[in-house]
Design a binder for this molecule. Structure first.
Ligand code: MLT
Length: 393
């Protein structure tokens, strides 16, 4: 062929991070079938759906199997019953959002990746290390990306100090993937104030909000003024065990406009064109996850994962190893042993104690020399992993 392909792809790593870790893990397991590999790499949930979620989905399947209650295409922005439930959920954080400003989707990854469609040429600010989807989706369409260094000096929570008051698109994730660090209310306020003063947009990824402890914000809209400068993306994946079910949402407040154009209007146009909605069965499951019983059952799973990650972090505390996360997050982020690079440590950990994690370098240059573990696993595996880690740390 003689067509031109998207040359921006040449800027990306050859493999997506979790494809590469998965590939190395499978190759090791194939060569050593007798070894029990403990997978604490990709943040994938392991507990089953909450009983009331599974029940609601079964009921929805029955409805779909009967002519009178069968449904075709879902409404493109989500069923009202789910949008209303999401709006009610925000009210518990003191945030008042009309249900029409909430757009149901099939995943936070899709939404953070797709938002580039409605944005023009802006300088994009990303923390480094960063969830690779923000970086790659911007690079794929030729956007100028600048990294905000995160490290021990700022506890992996970069702040706007020193930035020119220019309009940027800024991606923030709190509690953070990969570092597990969470912005305090005052820190998030500083970001919102900066965005309002500079005319910037914050894309706020709240996928890990359920893991927050104490008086830390669950939503950026808890900060006054955020409705005029921030899009928020939330997800059922880690909270309700929906990584395989797929359901999330994006909030585009009507106050969000730039140069006279409402971002919500652009998102509606984009979604109506390129997205066909989330299935009825899934949305009924998501609705059940937000019911009183559903929230209780889902939070039990969150507490279980949090206990897991605390067990892992105890090993680091005992060994005096610098780390972040493990408190407001299912992730634990720590410094590799002296002088060891992230991928070397990944390979060594797999080969010697058969524990799979995620190399920090896969999240950016500043992630080099760091490593991420997840608490998404069963308790016995976590306890075993903790024992094995003690032998190498
Ligand atoms: C991760 O391990 O970072 C997550 O599974 C990523 C995701 O949710 O896409």
């Amino acid at each position: 062929m003689k067509i031109r392909v998207n040359e921006q792809f040449a800027l990306l790593e050859e493999n997506y991070l979790f494809s590469e870790t998965g590939h190395r893990t499978r190759a090791y397991q194939a060569a050593h079938p007798e070894k029990k590999v403990l997978r604490l790499g990709i943040g994938d949930v392991t507990l089953p759906l909450a009983p009331c979620v599974a029940e609601a989905m079964r009921k929805a399947v029955d409805e779909m199997g009967v002519k009178e209650t069968f449904r075709g295409y879902s409404p493109e922005y989500g069923y009202d019953f789910l949008r209303e439930k999401l709006a009610a959920r925000y009210r518990r954080f003191g945030v008042r959002l009309p249900a029409e400003e909430i757009y149901v989707s099939d995943g936070a990854k899709s939404d953070v990746g797709s938002i580039v469609d409605i944005l023009g040429e802006n300088e994009v600010l990303l923390p480094d290390p960063v969830y690779p989807v923000y970086r790659d989706s911007n690079l794929m369409c030729g956007r100028r990306v600048r990294f905000l260094p995160a490290g021990r000096e700022n506890d992996f929570l970069p702040m706007p100090e020193g930035l020119l008051r220019e309009p940027y698109v800024i991606y923030l994730c709190s509690p953070n993937n990969p570092t597990g660090a969470a912005y305090s209310r005052a820190q998030l306020r500083a970001w919102v104030d900066f965005a309002l003063e500079s005319g910037s947009l914050i894309v706020f990824d709240a996928a890990y909000e359920a893991f927050v402890e104490g008086d830390f914000p669950h939503s950026i809209y808890e900060i006054p003024g955020a409705e005029a400068c921030a899009v928020e993306i939330g997800s059922f994946s880690k909270t309700a065990g929906f990584t395989g079910v797929r359901c999330a949402w994006a909030v585009f407040p009507e106050a969000l406009e730039s140069r006279g154009v409402g971002l919500g209007a652009l998102w509606r146009r984009r979604q109506a064109t390129r997205f066909n909605g989330v299935g009825y069965i899934v949305q009924r499951g998501a609705e059940a996850a937000l019911s009183e019983a559903g929230e209780r059952q889902c939070m039990e799973a969150v507490a279980y994962y949090k206990r897991n990650v605390r067990l892992l972090s105890q090993v680091l505390v005992e060994r005096g190893i610098y780390h972040t996360g493990g408190l407001h997050s299912p992730y634990l982020w720590f410094a590799c042993p002296e002088g060891e690079r992230s991928w070397e440590f990944f390979d060594r950990l797999l080969a010697t104690v058969q524990v799979v994690g995620t190399p920090g370098a896969g999240f950016g240059k500043r992630g080099e020399g760091y490593f991420r573990l997840t608490g998404f696993s069963d308790r016995a595996s976590i306890e075993e992993a903790a024992e094995r880690l003690k032998t190498v740390l």
